[in-house]
Design a protein around this ligand. Sequence first.
Ligand code: DAH
Length: 343
Amino acid sequence: METLLQKIEGYRREIEGYVTNGAEAAEQFRIAYLGTKGLVKSLMGEMKQVPADRKKEFGQILNEFKQFAEAKYNSLKTVAGKTPSLAAAAIDLSLPGDLIPVGSRHPISMMRHRIVSIFQRLGFSVAEGPEIEDDWHNFTALNLPEYHPARDMQDTFYVSTDPAWLLRTHTSNIQIREMEKGVLPLRIVCPGRVYRNETISARSHCFFHQVEGLYIDEDVSFADLKQTLYFFVKEMYGNDVKVRFRPSYFPFTEPSAEMDISCQLCGGKGCNVCKNTGWLEILGCGMVHPNVLTNCNIDPEKYTGFAFGMGVERPALLKYGINDIRLFSENDVRFLRQFSGVV
Ligand code: DAH
């Protein structure tokens, strides 16, 4: 009996120190210790030799040993389950995959696209120009010579003074650059960002966006300008909207006008957005001034043209029901996410 107990104690230590891995090794352990010809079975066979009064005690010790061996086998099996090949087999292919977040287009990009695409359907193509501009293209060539009072209409950010480099105050600089290329007729829309030294508030910002338009050919008249802009307004705001032209002044056009549409919010009755006038100003326009054509080496006796310029922020505020222009440039994802799926 004592030697039997010592044997069991020896086996227990053997099992404790048993370190192995892999499913095959676990199976070998099972056969050696727990199988039908294994150690536990053979120890049970020793029961016959145990004196009758100690059979109960031996039975208990043997039983504990069996449980110990079984626990070891289970832990060996678990370790084996974590080996790469078995882990791979455990991948659940029916689980949903990781969701990739979809971005959204910026409301200013969407509005710029709407505006530009209407003119593209009329045969206008897109032209772009630099945001850091010289004095000639932003002012002088546009019939705004140095000390011209109209320069004060736009508070300019200067990058340098001599020579003067500045942040363009309007997209009209692109008109000049395109006309200077000398390829006529010319029919372009010019979207872009512009800069003015203005106090930032809910209604104005030191940078914003414009779309400029220009059409130069022989025999272009004010009637062409009006029909082009009527078409734009109907496409953009619908058939019911009313349009009016008011005489205005821009150095680069003569005659000049501003175009208003009936207020989108109150339907022309008067509200705080249209300052109770029932009208919203949406763009400036006119016939290109002969001096501007001459500055670009275009013969004003042969060619005429019209131009217009409009802001992008204002129509975007109206269309998407936004009340603060600063939201457009703050990059707050909670604001921007609202436009995913909007076109
Ligand atoms: N450049 C003007 C502005 O920023 C807008 C404008 C008015 C552009 C009349 C034009 C135009 O081409 O003909 O306020």
